[in-house]
Design a protein around this ligand. Structure first.
Ligand code: UN1
Length: 488
């Protein structure tokens, strides 16, 4: 997609102009006036209330489902509309960056990456639809997270629309404004109002109503493993067993660094993977395994690199680590770090700015089995291993049951291949950072507790979401036809 050059004076002027501009009108979020609760949207960096949103409730959802319609336009038209939307997103980059910073605490560089990813999703699924001419299953529900409130929201919606489905989209409670901006542009590009409705609200009422209704033909979800389990249970009660749940969930992502790794490169990739986006990526590195003989030097370098990170105002171009999403997240992450401190396992910590911030922290553990849960913040855990125990490490990583991203730094090709063969993870990254998957070239998704597949931004996504191709009529094949098919 088009780049946003943050050294270009005109681009910077447009971003700056958007900074203090009025936020987009919250009008479209009042989906059916007066029905749902009113929830404030809070700027995590400052605590200021940026908007009041009137949410949907169960009755609103019922009416929205009744009003929903598939998008019955030829695939070429759907693709053209999605590409037009991509161009509108690029046109409005300044307001998008402003809302991403004020609503979600995104740093400018993260906001740039996020808008690029959203635009890539629109163009990628447009192209995939043209390649496969998919047909809609019906009305789909899309439930998206606050950590990529534009990119993941857009990826889900674009995929569903590319198949011609009607979409009911629930953004995260913390980030409805950027979703409202996106929906407005999608409608402006030509998506019919009945094919895309935005239903802001919480999981317990709106999310539940959007998954429990038997008229919903499938659900796309990104969020916690726990919520995915709850959605699966609700769908089992009410839906056609063929209705897909595409879920991308949590992870306990590990990286192995052996004694042949290039230390400077490894440290750069470790710090980026663990602390970029304040660690609020499901792909982020949580548990680093360093080979014993190089561990003291490497850990010292990591601490040095942590000291160089700039924390604070997401709008400042030099900021590396912005706020976490809200005070509840801050308190929960800080409690984890405090426990480590009391246990004498806190190796290093940066002081946090006032407010909704967590200082990047490094915690010593014996192994990944010590991690009881995903800590969704800028906290890295480190363990050491002996070369002879390498397979015990891969077994322990697999034993978590999660399988989202995995990183490996080694210059021994046979070892890289051996570990790659053993590790169960949706995305494996060798001698690089383990965040920032790229639509089209690095499709993203997890295995086991980390998700159902297919990977977002990959060739299997639309076929799973679309109506299945009609089955051949019963009895139309002979055994020989089958054999021919197998040979083809
Ligand atoms: C997530 O954090 O929910 O590869 C997904 C990445 C992102 C995906 C993260 N594109 O880091």
């Amino acid at each position: 997609s088009q780049g946003f050059d943050l050294t270009d004076a005109d681009t910077l002027a447009r971003i700056e102009a958007a900074r203090d501009g009025a936020l987009p009108d919250a009008g479209p979020l009042t989906v059916r006036p007066g029905t749902g609760a009113t929830r404030p949207v809070t700027n995590p960096a400052t605590g200021e209330t940026v908007a009041q949103v009137t949410e949907a409730d169960a009755a609103t959802v019922t009416r929205a489902i009744a009003d929903a319609a598939t998008w019955d336009a030829p695939v070429a038209e759907r693709a053209a509309v999605l590409r037009r939307a991509a161009a509108l997103y690029e046109r409005d980059f300044g307001p998008f960056f402003a809302v991403l910073a004020r609503e979600a605490g995104k740093t400018l560089s993260d906001a740039v990456g996020e808008l690029r990813e959203a635009v890539d999703f629109l163009r990628y699924y447009a192209g995939e639809a043209e390649r496969g001419d998919p047909a809609p299953r019906g009305i789909l529900t899309a439930i998206s997270p606050w950590n990529f409130p534009l990119a993941i929201f857009t990826g889900q919606v674009a995929a569903a629309l590319a198949t011609g489905a009607g979409v009911l989209a629930k953004p995260a409670e913390q980030s409805p404004l950027v979703a409202a901006m996106a929906v407005r542009l999608l409608h402006e590009a030509g998506v019919p109002a009945a094919a895309l409705q935005l239903l802001p609200g919480d999981g317990a009422t709106v999310g539940r109503a959007l998954t429990a209704d038997p008229r919903i033909a499938g659900v796309i979800f990104t969020g916690s493993t726990e919520t995915a389990r709850a959605i699966r249970a609700v769908m089992a009660d009410h839906l056609d067993p063929g209705a897909p749940l595409i879920a991308e969930t949590g992870g306990l992502n590990a990286m192995i660094v052996d004694s042949t790794a290039l230390p400077e490169q490894a440290v750069r990739d470790i710090v980026l993977s663990a602390f970029r986006s304040a660690g609020q990526r499901c792909s982020a590195l949580r548990c680093l395994y360093v080979q014993e003989d190089v561990a003291p030097g490497l850990i010292e370098m990591i601490q040095g690199a942590m000291d160089e990170l700039t924390l604070g105002d997401p709008w400042d171009l030099s900021t590396d680590v912005g706020p976490v999403i809200d005070m509840a997240a801050r308190d929960s992450i800080a409690a984890h770090v405090d426990t480590a401190r009391k246990q004498g396992r806190l190796l290093h910590e940066r002081p946090a700015p006032e407010g909704c911030f967590v200082g990047p922290a490094l915690i010593r553990i014996d192994g990944i089995a010590d991690l009881q849960r995903e800590i969704f913040g800028p906290v890295l855990h480190v363990a050491t291993f002996r070369a002879a125990d390498l397979h015990a490490v891969t077994r322990a990583v697999n034993a978590t049951g999660y399988g989202l991203t995995f990183g490996l730094h080694s210059r021994i090709d046979t070892r890289v291949q051996d570990i790659a063969d053993r590790i169960h993870a949706g995305n494996l990254y060798v001698n690089r950072n383990q965040i920032g998957a790229i639509v089209g070239s690095q499709p993203f998704g997890g295995e086991g507790l980390s998700g159902t597949g297919p990977k977002a931004g990959g060739p299997f996504y639309l076929p799973r979401l679309a109506a299945p191709a009609p089955a051949p009529a019963a009895g139309s094949w002979t055994r020989e036809d089958d054999a021919d098919r197998l040979r083809a």
